[in-house]
Design a protein around this ligand. Structure first.
Ligand SMILES: CSC[C@H](NC(=O)[C@H](Cc1ccccc1)NC(=O)N1CCOCC1)C(=O)N[C@@H](CC1CCCCC1)[C@@H](O)C(=O)OC(C)C
Length: 327
C-alpha cells in the first residue's frame, strides 16, 4: 500500500508547505504543515480558545464517531523559532494521500502561541521526525508515518517541495521520475530523534569544494538553509552587495544581483542549490533576504526548505538512512 499527497507553498515566499489531511469520521479536512523536524501531530480544535482559532480550520473530536479521548494524556512543545503549543490527546483515523491510519494520536491544542494564532496558513503540524521526539506524557505516541510504515509497501516517504509550485509527499514508494539525478543515501544518527546526517564538504558557485563537516538535519518545517557561520560568511563574501543586516538578523543583498549556487556533499555526491533559490525574498525596495543564513545558537545545522527544494529527499526509516537526489 502507498499514499501520495500534494503540498503547496503557503505564500509567495515559500515560508512553509501545506498539505490537506483528513481526520475522523466523517472526514474533517485540515491544512497542516508536515514537519520532519518534530514528532507531534497536533491540530487547532474545538478546544482551542475561539479567539486563537479565528481564521483556522478546527478538528472537533465530538463530531467524529471514531475519536477516542486518551485519558490523562497531555502534550507541550516548543519549536526552534520559540513558537509553542500544548493540549490534550485523542486518537482517531487520519488519512493522508489516500492512506488511512486508525488509532492515530491527534493532539488537540488548548493553547497556541501568538505566532500560530497569526499564521492562518496552517491548522497544525504533522510531525515526521523519529518517535523518540514525541512530547505526549505519560505515554509517548507514534508519528503517523511510524504507525503507517508497517503497512506501507516500503517503510519510506519522500519530500518533493517546489518554489511557488505544487509538490508531493509520497509514502511507501519512491517516484524517481521526480528527480533528475540518482539518489545517494547516507546513514542517519538517531540519538537526537531527527533525520540527522553529516555532510563532509561544500562548494560555492563553480569553486573548489572545501572540506567542512556539517552535522545537520533534513527539516521540511524550517524555511531556510541554516549552516555554520564560516560557510555562510564565505558564501556572502562572493556576493558583492551583501551585508549583514542587524534589523533583519541575516544577510541581505541587492535583489538584482546574480547569486552563486551553493553545493553540499551527500556521501560521494553533491546537491546544488541554485542561486535563484538563495534569493529568498524582498525585505524592502530593492533589498532581498538570503535563503542561506547562520545556524548560530541552534546547536545543529538545518537543511530546511531552501535546500530540500533543490532535491528529492527520501526518508528511509527501514534502513535508517536519508536519500538525496538532484531535481
Ligand atoms: C531555527 S528553526 C526555525 C523553524 N521555523 C522556521 O523556519 C519558520 C517557519 C514558519 C514559516 C511560516 C510561518 C511561521 C513559521 N520560518 C522562519 O523562521 N522564517 C524567518 C526567516 O525567513 C523565513 C521564515 C522552526 O522552528 N521549525 C519547526 C517547525 C515550524 C513549523 C511552522 C510553525 C513553527 C514551527 C521545527 O522544524 C523545529 O523546531 O525544528 C527544530 C529541530 C529546529
Amino acid at each position: 500500500q502507498t499514499g501520495s499527497a500534494p503540498n503547496h507553498p503557503s505564500d509567495s515566499e515559500d515560508d512553509e508547505y501545506i498539505t490537506n489531511v483528513s481526520i475522523g469520521t466523517p472526514a474533517q479536512v485540515l491544512p497542516l504543515d508536515f514537519d520532519t523536524g518534530s514528532s507531534d501531530l497536533w491540530v487547532f480544535s474545538s478546544e482551542t480558545p475561539s479567539s486563537s482559532a479565528r481564521g483556522h480550520t478546527i478538528y472537533t473530536p465530538s463530531k467524529s464517531s471514531t475519536s477516542k479521548k486518551v485519558s490523562g494524556a497531555s502534550w507541550s512543545i516548543t519549536y526552534g523559532d520559540n513558537s509553542s503549543s500544548s493540549g490534550d490527546v485523542y486518537t482517531d483515523t487520519v488519512t493522508i494521500g489516500g492512506f488511512s491510519v486508525t488509532g492515530q494520536a491527534v493532539e488537540s491544542a488548548t493553547k497556541v502561541s501568538t505566532q500560530f494564532v497569526q499564521d492562518t496558513s496552517n491548522s497544525g503540524l504533522v510531525g515526521l521526525a523519529l518517535d523518540s521526539g514525541n512530547t505526549v506524557k505519560p505515554t509517548k505516541q507514534k508519528t503517523w508515518f511510524s504507525n503507517a510504515s508497517s503497512h506501507l509497501a516500503q517503510p519510506v516517504f519522500t519530500a518533493d517541495l517546489n518554489h511557488q509550485a505544487d509538490g508531493s509527499y509520497n509514502f511507501g514508494f519512491i517516484d524517481t521520475t521526480l528527480a533528475s539525478g540518482p539518489i545517494t543515501y547516507v546513514p542517519i544518527s538517531t540519538g537526537n530523534g531527527f533525520w540527522e546526517f553529516t555532510s563532509a564538504s561544500y562548494a560555492i558557485g563553480g569553486g573548489s569544494s572545501k572540506k567542512h563537516s556539517t552535522d545537520g538535519i533534513a527539516d521540511t518545517g524550517t524555511t531556510l538553509l541554516l549552516l555554520d557561520d564560516t560557510i555562510v560568511d564565505a558564501y556572502y563574501n562572493q556576493v558583492e552587495s551583501a551585508q549583514y543586516d542587524d534589523s533583519q538578523e541575516g544577510y541581505t543583498f541587492d535583489c538584482s544581483e546574480d547569486l552563486p549556487s551553493f553545493s553540499f556533499a551527500v556521501g560521494s555526491s553533491t546537491i546544488t542549490v541554485p542561486g535563484s533559490l538563495i534569493n529568498f525574498a524582498p525585505v524592502d525596495g530593492n533589498t532581498c533576504f538570503g535563503g542561506l543564513q547562520s545556524d548560530d545558537g541552534i546547536g545543529i545545522s538545518i537543511f530546511g526548505d531552501v535546500a530540500i527544494k533543490a532535491a528529492l529527499v527520501v526518508f528511509d526509516l527501514g534502513n535508517k538512512r536519508l536519500g538525496w537526489a538532484q531535481k
